[in-house]
Design a protein around this ligand. Sequence first.
Ligand code: SF4
Length: 352
Amino acid sequence: MINSMTQPILEDYTLSPEQVPLVPSLVLPQAERQQLKEQIKAQLKALDAVLVAHYYVDGDIQELAEETGGCVADSLEMARFGRDHSAQTLIVSGVRFMGETAKILSPEKQVFMPTLQAECSLDLGCPPDAFADFIKQHEDRTVVVYANTSARVKALADWVVTSSCALEIVSALDRAGEKILWAPDQHLGRYIQNQTQSDMLLWSGACVVHEEFKTQALEDMRRVYPDAGILVHPESPAGVIDLADAVGSTSAIIKAAGELPNKEFIVATDRGIFHKLRQLNPDKVFIEAPTAGDGATCRSCAHCPWMAMNELQCLNRVLGDASYRAENAIHIDPAIAERARLPLDRMLEFSA
Ligand code: SF4
């Protein structure tokens, strides 16, 4: 089995602080937000478009998605919903790889995003050419990539997984005797390796949001809230995962918050999820897990700067301004999309 002693030294593919944009801090007045929401509703109808949103985006956008017949979900369910919905125009509010996944699964549909500048540190930290070289050096391994990757990286993979299904898929591959090359998130990869004891070779990427959660500060916080349950996304460092009462994808965290008896929860994932957690559990208290710790500099402070680019104004503009819409349309080379679809379809079939 590959472990920390035998894992080859790989270039560091985590992002430097300069590569991470700041979270926008402009908060629109309530009346303006309400007006924008009404406009967006009317424009969705006029374009016959459906809004597919991630749990980490602005709460108003999540509400709009639900009120207009779209969906709010994790990336696995977003992919499935976009593929199965009859609308020919999808507006994907999340980050670029989610728009790309929607386009790969529905090449005949038009897919737009509020802004194509909404990236993901895991996607940026897995350049396709470098990853192709890595695969060449380990051709005996089955290539499993996280959904948070570009279409070009997916096109190099045998399997795509999300955090909802990664554990089950890797377990099944391990039972079949396969050795795995995993990319890009090292923390999620290590968590799965520990859980399954699979032979996994890990790429060195990380999520800038989850990597900031701090073990010592979380232990301190637990002393302040001794009755709180701790809910952790597995993109977090191992020490934070070790303190969790429940570990899982955004959907799994939402489920655990409803099922566990605790009245208070400390949550280690993007704070965008608090909108849904509070909506579903009005009698429970949700507290952000600590990110910075003593002396550390917080880059994202538990909110993904790229998810935060999904602002109501951008969503309104992509619907109402045809030239802005054209600039923010997802296009993928058909040959790459066709190849990338194979591992995506495998995942959707496995988790159907
Ligand atoms: S929260 Fe992390 S994994 Fe999710 S989109 Fe942002 S950078 Fe990527």
